[in-house]
Design a protein around this ligand. Structure first.
Ligand code: ZN
Length: 269
C-alpha cells in the first residue's frame, strides 16, 4: 500500500513540475473553447460575415443589418447601408456641415444582381462607356473587354459596394473634386474622414498602388467594418468563385481578387 502511495506522489510531483510548465499560454487560453472555435480561431471576429455576404449575395432592403438612407443624406431614393456605416457617416456628415461642407451619398450598397446588371450592360454594349463606346463592337477579346470595364466598374461578386461599408459622395468625376466646391469637399475629407473611420481605397495609382481601379475621389470606405469583410475575402475568396455573369471566365487570367479586391490604398488595409 505504502509503495502505491509513494508512486502516486512521485507521479503528481512529476506532472506538477513538467506538465504545467510545458503548457504555453496560447493552448491554456483555448482549453475551454469548443473544438470548432479553436479551429476557426482566425475568423472568430468575422464569424457573422459569410462569403455570400462578401460577394453581395443578399438583399439589402430585407436584411436586418442594413437600413434605408434618409433624404437629407441621399441623392436619390432606395439606397441602403450597413447600420454601423450609416451611424458613422451621420457623425461625419454633421461635422462636415458644421464646417460648411455638404456631403451627399450618390451610391451606396449594390448587391451581386445590381452589379451584374451594370457589368453585363457594359459587356453586351447595352450600356455605352466613355461617352459612346460600345465595348462588344470595339473590344471583341474577352480579357481586353473585361479590363476596359474594370477601369471603373467591378466584376459582380468583387465590389466593396456589396459590403454596405462603401459610399460614393457628391459627384462621379475626379474633375469635380479638383475645383471650387468639390476641391473644398475633397480637402475636408482628406483631413477629417479618417477621424470617423473612412478612407479612400482607390487613391492615385502609382508605385504605392500599382494595381486595381483608377483613382476615385468620390469613393469612401468605412474601415472598422470593411476590414472584417476583407479578412473573410482573404481567407475564402478565389478567382474561381467568381462566376454567374457574362465574361466571368476572365477573372482568373486577370487575377481580379488579387489585383482589384486587394489593390487598394495602404491606409485602407
Ligand atoms: Zn464607389
Amino acid at each position: 500500500m505504502r509503495y502505491y502511495i509513494s508512486i502516486t506522489l512521485v507521479l503528481f510531483a512529476f506532472l506538477f513540475f513538467f506538465g504545467c510548465g510545458s503548457e504555453n499560454p496560447k493552448s491554456k487560453k483555448n482549453t475551454n473553447l469548443a473544438p470548432e472555435e479553436v479551429s476557426v480561431d482566425k475568423s472568430k471576429t468575422v464569424s457573422d460575415i459569410t462569403l455570400d455576404r462578401v460577394m453581395g449575395k443578399f438583399n439589402p432592403p430585407t436584411d436586418e443589418k442594413f437600413t434605408l438612407i434618409e433624404a437629407p443624406y441621399a441623392g436619390r431614393e432606395d439606397m441602403y447601408l450597413h447600420k454601423e456605416t450609416y451611424a458613422a457617416f451621420k457623425k461625419m456628415h454633421a461635422a462636415a456641415n458644421a464646417d460648411g461642407i455638404k456631403l451627399i451619398i450618390r451610391s451606396a450598397t449594390r448587391n451581386f444582381l445590381s452589379q451584374k446588371f451594370i457589368w453585363e450592360g457594359k459587356w453586351t454594349g447595352r450600356r455605352l462607356v466613355d461617352g459612346g463606346e460600345n465595348l462588344k463592337d470595339s473590344t471583341p477579346d474577352p480579357e481586353a473587354r473585361a479590363l476596359k470595364i474594370l477601369r471603373w466598374s467591378s466584376m459582380p461578386g468583387t465590389s466593396r459596394h456589396h459590403w454596405g461599408t462603401d459610399i460614393d459622395l457628391n459627384a462621379f468625376t475626379n474633375d469635380y473634386f479638383e475645383h471650387g466646391e468639390g476641391y473644398k469637399v475633397y480637402n475636408w475629407l482628406k483631413a477629417n474622414a479618417h477621424d470617423y473611420g473612412f478612407c479612400q481605397p482607390y487613391s492615385e495609382k502609382g508605385v504605392n498602388r500599382p494595381d486595381g481601379y483608377n483613382e476615385e475621389r468620390w469613393h469612401w470606405s468605412y474601415m472598422p467594418l470593411a476590414r472584417k469583410y476583407m479578412a473573410v475575402a482573404r481567407q475564402q475568396m478565389s478567382n474561381e468563385a467568381i462566376t454567374g455573369f457574362e465574361g466571368s471566365s476572365t477573372a482568373g487570367e486577370i487575377d481580379v481578387v488579387g489585383k482589384y479586391v486587394f489593390g487598394i490604398d495602404k491606409a485602407c488595409h
